[in-house]
Design a protein around this ligand. Structure first.
Ligand code: PMT
Length: 414
């Protein structure tokens, strides 16, 4: 953070008070902070308190003659290394996605040529509203960065779900990653890229097992969790190979992506991508495929077809139990609907994995295709229950733990 210039745009929400701590921590880390407040934000925290912490004048009104004479909105947006919007309200997100510029905050965001990090905070229903989700998807596609929201209780009692502003260290961590990637700052060399020099192999998504040329057996995996792991590993400095089944997600940046359809193709792609220091198997691989798939479409008019199924190769078990070229850390997943951790512990042993990330995939949990996950990390030392987190955060924590594991195993080998 040393000598980095942060432009903090404070949106109007109950979580705006956390910006005071954010400013303090950013400055402690060596950054300079300039703040823009929306009109609504000034209802939650005063420009006076914000100014006292930034030691700079606070900008609140696009049409203030003084502001424009002293520093125009274009300069304001350019004289920064990173723009952070916190809390990013549904309204600010919508304005950004729609390209509006009707106040200082939205104008600065439109005018900037610098990376932008949004930390959303709003009521869970507003976050889950299709309009907000559309806007978020649009902004992600435009290259805007997001941290959070977290899942938990809201200021309105009796309400819980995704929409809480992430904690201040998480915002700083996300900002650090963006700045490190952008400038190759000292941070990029120490700590921020603990997987530099490592190869991480990740599987993601479902597999499609053909019944005939037009029909297939599949499952509900979207690839979000696996792709998040690939992104997290790359952000931590790893060379990443992502072997993915059919998904409708964009390829993560700076990752080698190998696209496959079936479990057998996935196994071959995984074997071709080895060796790797870490292998994380998040794909929902079909356990069975049809014994044979005819070349022509099965006709409805013919005899009622019956499917003969045969077992697919178990990719995790093949790699986990291999005698040569086994990755130092083999991470499997377990998708369960009952006895989640005990089933996961059995799978860890049966498949030769070091760790199993267990998740409850009962439909009521919304894990398949959703953005959040509640996982339990099953290792030889026991079971850790993680809080409900975004899939990105699960991925980041998992890869940080994996980096730590590799560091210790390298130290032990010396
Ligand atoms: O893709 P999302 O919508 O984001 O959803 C995420 C997820 C639910 C798919 C993910 O978090 C998850 O749980 N992935 C594992 C799904 C699964 O197949 O679980 P399983 O318990 O059936 O398999 C256990 C492990 O063996 C998994 O690591 C799996 O990749 C692996 N496996 C299973 C069968 C097989 N033939 N080969 C394998 O490698």
């Amino acid at each position: 953070m040393k000598q980095q210039r942060i432009l903090l745009i404070i949106g109007g929400g109950i979580a705006a008070y956390k910006c005071l701590d954010l400013i303090r921590r950013l400055r402690e880390a060596g950054a300079s902070v300039r703040a823009v407040m929306t009109r609504a934000a000034t209802e939650f925290v005063t420009p006076l308190s914000v100014g006292a912490l930034t030691s700079e004048r606070v900008f609140t009104d696009l049409f203030s003659l003084n502001d424009e004479q002293e520093i125009g909105h274009i300069r304001l947006s350019r004289e920064a290394d990173l723009l952070i919007v916190a809390p990013a309200t549904a309204d600010l997100i919508a304005k950004m996605a729609g390209g509006h510029a009707d106040d200082l905050a939205s104008t600065v965001l439109m005018a900037t040529d610098k990376p932008v990090l949004l930390a959303p905070a709003m009521n869970p229903r507003m976050w889950l509203n299709p309009a907000t989700q559309r806007n978020v998807a649009q902004l992600r596609a435009d290259g805007v960065h997001f941290v959070g929201p977290n899942t938990g209780e809201m200021a309105e009692r009796d309400e819980a779900g995704p929409g809480r502003l992430v904690e201040v260290p998480e915002i700083i961590d996300a900002a650090n990653k963006i700045l490190a990637g952008r400038r190759g700052s000292p941070l990029a060399r120490v700590g921020a890229r603990p997987l530099a020099g490592r190869h991480v192999l990740v599987t993601s998504g479902p597999t499609h097992e053909p019944i005939d040329p037009v029909r297939y057996i599949a499952n509900r995996s979207s690839g979000k969790q696996g792709h998040a792991i690939a992104r997290a590993a790359a952000a931590l400095g790893a060379r990443v190979t992502l072997v993915t089944g059919p998904v409708s997600l964009a390829d993560p940046p700076s990752v080698d992506v190998v696209r496959v359809e079936t479990a057998e193709q996935m196994l071959h792609a995984v074997q071709a991508a080895l060796p790797a220091g870490i292998a994380a198997f998040a794909a929902a691989v079909a356990d069975w495929r049809t014994a044979s798939a005819p070349r022509e479409k099965i006709k409805k008019s013919g005899a009622k077809p019956s499917l003969e199924l045969v077992e697919n190769p178990d990719i995790l078990a093949t790699v986990g139990k291999s005698r040569s070229g086994r990755p130092t850390l083999v991470i499997g997943f377990a998708a369960e609907t009952e006895n989640v951790t005990s089933e996961a512990a059995k799978k860890r042993k049966a498949k030769g994995a070091d760790w199993i990330v267990a998740n409850d995939v009962s439909p009521s949990r919304g894990v398949f295709g959703g953005d959040g996950n509640t996982v339990h990390l099953v290792t030889a030392d026991g079971i850790e229950d993680w809080p409900t987190l975004s899939k990105d955060e699960v991925a980041r924590r998992l890869m940080l733990r994996a980096a730590e594991f590799l560091r210790h195993s390298a130290a032990a080998a010396e």
